[in-house]
Design a binder for this molecule. Sequence first.
Ligand code: BGC
Length: 755
Amino acid sequence: MERKIIALIFMHCSLFISPAGAQVYLDESKPVEQRIDDALRRMTLDEKIAVIHAQSKFSSPGVKRLGFPDLWTDDGPHGVRPDVLWDEWEQAGQTNDSCVAFPALTCLAATWNPDLARLYGESLGEEALYRNKSVMLGPGVNIYRTPLGGRNFEYLGEDPWLASRMVVPYVQGLQSKGVAACVKHYALNNDEEYRHQVNVIVSDRALHEIYLPAFRAAVQEGGAWAIMGAYNLYQDQHNCHNATMFNKILKHDWGFDGVVISDWGGCHNTDEAVRNGLDLEFGTWTDGLTMGRTNAYDGYYLAAAYKQDIREGRYTTKELDDKVRRVLRLFYRTTMKRNKPYGFLCSESHYDAALKIAQEGIVLLKNDVVKKDKAPLLPLNLQKMKRILVVGENAIKMMTVGGGSSSLKAQHEILPLDGIRERLPEAEVHFARGYVGDTVQSYNGVTVGRSLYETRSQSELTAEAVEKARQADVVIFIGGLNKSDYQDCEGHDRKGYDLPYAQNEVIDAILKVNHRLVYVNISGNGATLPWLAKVPAVVQAWFIGSEAGKAIASVLTGDVNPSGRLPFTWYASLDQCGAHALNTYPGSWRPDRKIIDEEYKEGLFVGYRWIDRLKVIKGKDANKPLFPFGYGLSYTTFKLGKVSADKQSMTANDKITFTVPVTNTGKRAGAETVQLYVSDLQSSVERPVKELKAFRKVFLQPGETQQVTLTIDKNSLSFYDDRDGQWTIEPGDFEARIGTSSMNIINCYKFTFIQ
Ligand code: BGC
């Protein structure tokens, strides 16, 4: 009888729990969290430890016994990096790892077009899928705080709202392919110099209002599956195992359920890594990034040492299980996901995407009427300009190689000179080198296509450029920065704000014989342009990847009407930037010279926020930058009409929508970007004069008018109150300032926030 009862109870229970041994973790009909529980139960301590640290330069193991494949990561963020050897940084020499190089993220930000960010993510995801990479190490969303920042080119500009709007669709597009985004570098990695030793000191307000919003948007709106810690320190703790950053803000406050991955070599301490939220350790230096013990993965902070600590009872498996749970979740989202789309490498659609993003991101900064021609210099008048001189090393230099971890092995890269020649088969296109910059022929095993070897002296190069310019109808100078050390490159910052090499001198010399000069700047940063008043046309062309030459030629000739807008303030001089004006960069070394404290004394006042503030304090034109944030010209003209709103006041549960008619008043189709900045007119704390809170890029045919609507809600009005650590909105008057750049506000609309 007793046995019968027991048997009945057992049968009854078995209706509710899976039969012993049923592989719930493999059962796709079961909720993921249940599958994770099941997998976790089955894993041994060794297997758990194995999945939380690397096994090679870019991979970590799955759980072979249970059928979880290895996890392969790769850089990021502009294309899928070529494979390196298992345990070395040398190229593996694969034949299937050439890629499409997409434009750098600064260019993407300059499109001000979130649809293109989605396309970028999707295209990159397809390339990653083909290469069997499940985590792309990007996008980077660190704020452009100083124009010296070596990695600004990999980021989305100076403004938290713009960066947020662009990162969300990038992440969603990438992850729609079953490839995880690993948003980096969280957080405060705003410059490169001493990146391993910098301890950033920043107010809570600046942290939350300026430096964190793009990460938060990527996590909460984009649903990012992974995030990468940063090398630097905050509150004296490295940002790869920082209690405030990970435990409090990311995981607790934002509810992040993904994986925290260390930057390569960013982990320094087992205890902090265990307790402070690092989930997956990569790239720990055994002796620097390039040397050290081979296959030293057991020596990682989250490897043998951690296992030993658990065995000896210093930790329970509480933290470990949380890390493993997150890693398993990542597996289910990527490697274990069965219904993934197919991957494509170097497909036509990816080239089209790269070209489109490049064309929409190029910014026309200046286009004056040339008196003799009675017309602006651009687009080039091809009827009259038969003899064209291209000058500058950047016209013949590959820019998809170099710059650090974002370096690529592009299947092809159309150089600017080749793009111009191809577009203008009937013109005579001459070339003069002009100056010698960086002549390195190969980078991380990728050889630069064209030889940059040069033996002539600077005076010979200048003389050649001047002589050829004398006979040319127009000169296109293609210069700027490049991807070598101390320029737009990881690991260091620029040493100064001027253009490097002899560029200024050559431009001055050319201007003496030919004033029809278009300056095309290739860079991810601004620079001084001392000859600006004498040059009629300036184009900002970024690092734009595989289709660079084609995109530049299409804008110069007018096949494409430029519509990019600057994602950062282009300062006239370094002292116009808050960080430099207050002398807070790169910081001060502590007496032991181990840590350098960098205090962000300018607080919230980064980029246009600093320019606006000085304008208020010192008067109208104080600190006028060369080109403001949000600025860019077109070959057509636009007019913004009077703004209206659907209400005069709003509450926390409301939204308010502004409508502004925008007309293309010129003769060509083109795009205008309408920008809405919010100004708090009455506040108990100092706030920036205005802050970008909405924008819309609108494409218009000649004569066409569209009603552009821009909607904001309570979040657009709030500030981070560091007195109680909350986002707060104070009732009172606000103003929506609508215009076409941070310094061209055309319409203001006052409204009230009622509690
Ligand atoms: C960079 C990361 C990169 C990683 C792997 C690090 O040095 O800071 O951005 O993803 O290397 O290449």
